[in-house]
Write a protein that binds this ligand. Sequence first.
Ligand code: F6R
Length: 242
Amino acid sequence: MEIYNLKDKSTASIYTAIEMLKTIKTKPDAIFGLATGSTMVDLYPQLSNLLNVNKVDVSQVRTFNLDEYVGLNAEHTQSYHTYMHERLFQQYEGWNQNNIHIPNGIADDMEHEGEHYEKLLQDIGKPDIQILGIGENGHIGFNEPGTPFDSVTRIVDLTPSTLHANSVHFETEDEVPKQAISMGLSSIMRAKRIILLAFGEKKIDAIQRLAAGNVSEDLPASILHNHPNVEIIVDETIYKAL
Ligand code: F6R
């Protein structure tokens, strides 16, 4: 695991977008694992811009989002479906809708939806790049502290810390869905390369704990120490606190 200071969110987002562009150029049917949240708001516009100016063929690229809120339909303003379509998939013409995968938060049988998504992931092969953010409590995806390292895609309960952090996107904290469907830690670890982005003071504690190197289910992101190809990209605020 390497930690890089890319100074600010903008530079880090451009770096990550370029890495994704290079991957598509060398492998037109690249597979990406994608994250949402405040951390990623510059990444997808940067990537869309690079795709537009380079006229890249993304028709074969396969994407798999990490998670979705349970109970929010695809059209809900705060669903991760809406997040991804507004920032990435509607910003460039070439995406093939059949190759875009985001868990369904309103499936009739949510347990089956988790199993179905996990099977898709296992059948498709290893993602070329998995993009990750990190929760203030050290979660990746919505794998909250205590999640077993061998977990797969399933329904999870969000912790008070996550509900509070994500309430900024909703009118009231009560409106934040209490559950999500999330790829598991073992699902995430299948990727060939992992790029985790973290910015700002609120993430200092999680990155300090991650950098300390102790591998424990109390800090879900610490599983990344067991992966051979992980970059932790931080801004100056976090880096100078390490
Ligand atoms: C989002 C996800 C989460 C976020 C994390 C950080 O798809 O899986 O792990 O990356 O909660 O969220 P932000 O970026 O909003 O601080």
